[in-house]
Design a protein around this ligand. Structure first.
Ligand SMILES: Cc1cc2nc3c(=O)[nH]c(=O)nc-3n(C[C@H](O)[C@H](O)[C@H](O)COP(=O)(O)OP(=O)(O)OC[C@H]3O[C@@H](n4cnc5c(N)ncnc54)[C@H](O)[C@@H]3O)c2cc1C
Length: 343
């Protein structure tokens, strides 16, 4: 494994901002992962794990430690719908392969950028599916015990955009392999409003391929599919999570907004309610296409902050702070950032 120095990180992320990594390496095997951890520990430098850089905001100063990109490849078919997938595989290519193989369970997650190893981290989800439903095991290097461990679904503690890996024990595990249990010849999932509407308006037969294709088209219409030279794509996906509040606060928040239309909200269990971050942001005065210097909001998706060209991390964070302040002042709701900040 080669350790390079002063490697620009911006081009390795979908947002395309940020400074260099002092040290940079790609791990192609589990042995590389263990070696990189040892290398960093011996020199007393911190280590950051990089996948596809699609949920990342890198600071303009970059990162003073070692950035280890996980490039472990391989998809092993263990029969009966069980697939062992290297963390460095491209997620969307894996989805495509499963759809073509007639394996149900990830078709609604088509078009999401990033690596397979990145998906358990924030329990990636979209259009009515999340990876927690199909992941049966995550193999990872445990930086605390310095050994490889296998974590079953329960141990991963999946919930909405959260897991053991990003919430309970952040930075402890380096994911090297993810095992998925898919359903051979299963029926595609069409439960989400946008997908249902798509098929209500089309004469297409509903099968795995048409659902995955519909999801990609819906994503494209919202600037949520990476398309070359589309400025709306220079984002880190949704920049804010949908806020979850106590059900008793809904009336007060809606009243604070003094909006004519009803405020959208959904039950989130345990007396909690999920609000629409996009709705709140728009009512706070930040609509699609909003520009703030080189940073902006996608012209097709309120939740996607974009690099309009030559933006710095400071530009992106200034816009983030403006939006958060606007929503707090109008609705008294705190927005939480979804992408990870490095440096
Ligand atoms: C256009 C667009 C659309 C998107 N749509 C969605 C969506 O619909 N739903 C959704 O949930 N997300 C979405 N995202 C966010 C993003 O694609 C996912 O979170 C993705 O899983 C991140 O994976 P990554 O490999 O790019 O991770 P990175 O961005 O490289 O890293 C993100 C975090 O995961 C950690 N990490 C990555 N790989 C590993 C590993 N092997 N072991 C341990 N930690 C690791 C990193 O340290 C970091 O903390 C979207 C992003 C974009 C740009």
């Amino acid at each position: 494994m080669t350790i390079r120095e002063n490697v620009a990180l911006g081009p390795l992320t979908t947002l395309g901002v940020g400074g260099p990594a002092r040290y940079f390496a790609v791990a192609e095997t589990e042995a590389d992962v263990a070696e990189a951890v040892r290398w960093a520990e011996e020199r007393g430098v911190s280590l950051f794990v990089l996948g596809g850089g699609s949920n990342l905001l890198v600071s303009d100063a970059g990162f003073a430690g070692l950035v280890l990109q996980i490039g472990i490849k391989g998809v092993r078919d263990r029969r009966d719908g069980l697939f062992q997938v290297g963390a460095g595989e491209v997620w969307d290519e894996f989805v495509d392969r499963m759809v073509k193989a007639g394996m149900q369970g990830v078709e609604c997650l088509a078009g999401i950028p990033g690596s397979v190893g990145g998906t358990p981290v924030q329990n990636v989800g979209a259009y009515g599916q999340e990876v927690a439903e199909t992941i049966v095991l995550v193999r990872a290097f445990d930086r605390k015990s310095c050994q490889f461990v296998q974590l079953d679904r329960e141990a991963c503690k999946f919930r909405y955009r959260k897991s053991l890996f990003n919430k309970d024990e952040p930075d402890r595990y380096i994911v090297t392999r993810v095992d998925f249990r898919l359903h051979p010849s299963g029926q595609p999932q069409v439960t989400y409003g946008d997908v249902k509407r798509y098929f209500a308006e089309s004469s297409e037969t509903i099968d795995l391929a048409s659902v995955a294709s519909a999801v990609r088209q819906i994503r494209r219409s919202k600037g949520m599919l990476l398309v070359e030279n589309d400025p709306d794509c220079r984002s880190a996906g949704s920049f804010f999570k949908n806020p979850v509040v106590e059900a008793g606060r809904v009336a007060e928040i809606a009243a604070a907004g003094t909006c004519k239309e009803a405020m959208p909200h959904w039950p989130a269990g345990d007396g909690l309610v999920k609000l629409s971050a996009a709705w709140l942001i728009e009512r706070a005065g930040f609509g699609k296409g909003f520009a703030d210097g080189a940073a902006g909001i996608s012209s097709r998706h309120t939740l996607a902050l974009i690099n309009r060209g030559g933006a710095t991390a400071v530009d992106i964070e200034r816009l983030q702070d403006r939006i958060r302040t606007g929503v707090r002042e109008r609705f008294g709701v705190e927005l939480e950032r979804e992408p990870v900040k490095l440096g």
